[in-house]
Design a protein around this ligand. Structure first.
Ligand SMILES: [Zn+2]
Ligand SMILES: [Zn+2]
Length: 147
């Protein structure tokens, strides 16, 4: 696999650990990393309410196939099913804010923290966090994931 390219301006993307960023503000998030971000935020699995939308088909940063225009609660995104989701500048933050309203998935629960190091990085060694800590949680998560 060659260097990943921005879906907007074709510049090479820089890895920030779980996500890949462009200087233009675009962010590429592998599907599993996105599901994990939302699950960590909500302390459980939620149903991600994908919607279709019309729009130009932009190239996947990984495979360069045309991505499917889609939306989450009105935020216009693009996704390549095998690879991930493209967020333009500030869209990832908007979607994570909206994720507080996503429905909880009542199906069989898997571990919220598939990656124990992520939990430790966000919460330290404590096994729970209170409401006050929760307020700063989105910011902490974004700092961790977006650098
Ligand atoms: Zn770019
Ligand atoms: Zn792809």
């Amino acid at each position: 696999m060659g260097a990943m390219q921005c879906a907007t301006c074709s510049s090479p993307l820089t890895s920030t650990g779980k996500t890949f960023r462009c200087a233009c503000g675009g962010t590429w998030v592998p599907e599993a990393a996105f599901v994990e971000m939302v699950a960590v935020m909500r302390e459980g699995r939620v149903i991600i309410p994908w919607q279709g939308r019309a729009g130009d088909e932009r190239p996947c940063p990984e495979c360069h196939a045309r991505m499917t225009p889609c939306a989450l609660r009105g935020v216009a995104l693009d996704r390549c099913d095998p690879h991930g989701i493209w967020f333009d500048d500030a869209e990832l933050q908007r979607v994570l804010e909206l994720a507080s309203k996503f429905e909880i998935d009542e199906g069989p629960q898997q571990s919220v923290f598939a990656d124990p190091s992520l939990r430790k990085a966000v919460f330290g060694d404590s096994s729970s966090f209170n409401d006050r800590e929760r307020e700063g949680f989105l910011g902490a998560l974004l700092r961790l994931l977006l650098k």
